[in-house]
Design a protein around this ligand. Structure first.
Ligand SMILES: N[C@@H](CCC(=O)N[C@@H](CS)C(=O)NCC(=O)O)C(=O)O
Length: 209
């Protein structure tokens, strides 16, 4: 108990965030971990700013400073936060099967889900209009749904992705699944929709119901 309290006191965490961005993954895991943190939220104007570039070389959200050390990439941040509170069991220890599965599903979320929803996002509202492609959305939807099929089948037998208990893996994957659902790409995936509802019902989850 004393160690836990000491840890709470000694780790300073600053999170550069803005609600609907992938910073929600970081806020979510921090709230699950029960760790205090300083939110630096300048809205969408923060993107590309000098202040953010000092922490993330592309000036993107999210970014964090943990005990004075900068860290970027939302899932690297969630995993680092989960590692700070081993007593909460939010991620397997390095070298375990549970950690390998965390890495597997996290990589899967980034490369097989985030990639396609983000491609549609940049070609809908992120890039200046003259740079947008209008012929990518059908392919993005198909590729997203191909990966969603894998998750939907897996979640037919379990409620959560690693050891059938909630973990940082579900934060990483849940955000990606939600991005697809908000585009209307999750029709017919009953297990996956139930999984997402289960995650969003958690008090620590910042994703809108
Ligand atoms: N793979 C990165 C993606 C970061 C990212 O693209 N963030 C978006 C917001 S969700 C952003 O800042 N975009 C600004 C831009 O692309 O100019 C992560 O997961 O942190």
């Amino acid at each position: 108990m004393f160690d836990v309290e000491l840890q709470f006191l000694s780790v300073r965490i600053q999170l550069f965030e803005f609600g609907p961005t992938r910073s929600a993954r970081c806020r979510w895991i921090l709230q699950e971990a029960g760790l205090p943190f300083e939110s630096i939220d300048h809205g969408p104007e923060a993107i590309g700013s000098d202040e953010l570039r000092a922490v993330h070389p592309l000036g993107k959200l999210p970014a964090a400073i943990i005990d004075g050390e900068p860290l970027f990439e939302s899932t690297a941040i969630t995993t680092a936060i989960a590692d700070l509170v081993p007593e909460k069991g939010l991620v397997g220890k390095s070298g375990t099967r549970a950690r390998a599965l965390h890495d597997q599903w996290t990589s899967f979320a980034l490369s097989e889900l985030d990639a396609w929803s983000w491609s549609s996002a940049i070609n809908t509202f992120v890039l200046p209009e003259e740079q947008r492609l209008d012929n990518v959305h059908e392919q993005n939807r198909e590729l997203f749904r191909r990966a969603a099929t894998v998750l939907d089948e897996f979640l037919g037998d379990v409620d959560y992705l690693v050891d059938n208990r909630f973990s940082a893996t579900d934060v990483n994957v849940g955000y990606a699944v939600n991005a697809g659902r908000s585009r209307g790409w999750l029709d017919g995936f009953d297990h996956l929709n139930e999984y997402l509802d289960r995650l969003i019902a958690r008090p620590a989850c910042p994703l809108p119901a």
